[in-house]
Design a protein around this ligand. Structure first.
Ligand SMILES: C[S@@+](CC[C@H](N)C(=O)[O-])C[C@H]1O[C@@H](n2cnc3c(N)ncnc32)[C@H](O)[C@@H]1O
Length: 217
């Protein structure tokens, strides 16, 4: 196909980031705190993507949301901000220290009462929930080998029309590898499954490290 995408170099990427709306002082403090954490800083959801997530939640019913992998709470703050006044966000985080940081940050952002953080393997947290539709929005952003299991566990727990979003679907470009590592192989399988899956409509976006949206029938 001869439709040429606009190549996004670092300058254009920075331009897009600088136009991410809603990056208030609280979010910038979380960005700075996360930035000071060293190499793991790169795990934070990109500001422009976090703004997009908030927009998506705001467009939907915005009642019940779940995040798989919370880190310092950056994405959680934006998802929670998109919820209705009665809306609730359940965050799943393996690491108790990160969960404490996220707790402090969501509290400082003024949306702490909407957010519950459960510490432990996310798959156990999800499977402990009743298997009935509950969530309008899900954001999957944890261990990549776990993505296929998160997808199957979340599907029956999504309301009709609910949206599951998956971060890092391009795996830093490794998604094209013919000899993929375990995480990339899991992502390749999931990307192919979602494309043909009659249970969802989907779209893959070239935002940040790739974001797939799967809308559950
Ligand atoms: C990419 S970071 C999440 C970034 C976060 N969503 C944000 O908006 O900045 C991935 C997080 O998933 C957590 N994680 C990894 N494996 C997990 C698992 N099995 N269950 C729950 N959380 C997990 C990591 O500790 C890490 O904090």
């Amino acid at each position: 196909m001869s439709i040429e995408p606009t190549p996004i170099d670092v300058n254009l990427a920075e331009y897009i980031r600088s136009h991410a709306s809603g990056r208030d002082e609280t979010l910038r403090l979380v960005e700075d705190e996360t930035d000071a954490m060293g190499p793991e800083r790169s795990m934070q959801t990109a500001p422009e993507q976090a703004a997009f997530l908030e927009m998506l939640v705001r467009l939907g019913p915005g009642r019940q949301a779940i995040e798989v992998g919370t880190f310092t709470g950056y994405g959680a703050i934006r998802i929670a901000r998109g919820l209705t006044a009665e809306g609730r966000l359940l965050c799943c985080e393996l690491d108790s220290q990160r969960a404490e940081i996220a707790r402090r940050n969501v509290d400082q952002a003024g949306i702490g009462s909407k957010v519950e953080i459960r510490v432990g393997p996310a798959i156990e947290t999800i499977l402990s929930l009743p298997e009935r539709p509950a969530f309008d929005f899900a954001y999957v952003d944890a261990d990549k080998t776990g993505y296929p299991d998160y997808y199957e566990a979340l599907l029956p727990r999504m309301n009709p029309g609910g949206l599951i979003s998956f971060d890092n679907v391009l795996m830093g470009g490794r998604i094209l590898d013919s000899k993929p590592d375990d995480g990339t192989a899991a992502m390749q399988g999931l990307n192919d499954l979602i494309l043909e899956d009659p249970r969802v409509d989907s779209v893959m976006l070239g935002m940040a490290d790739g974001l797939t949206l799967a809308r559950v029938h």
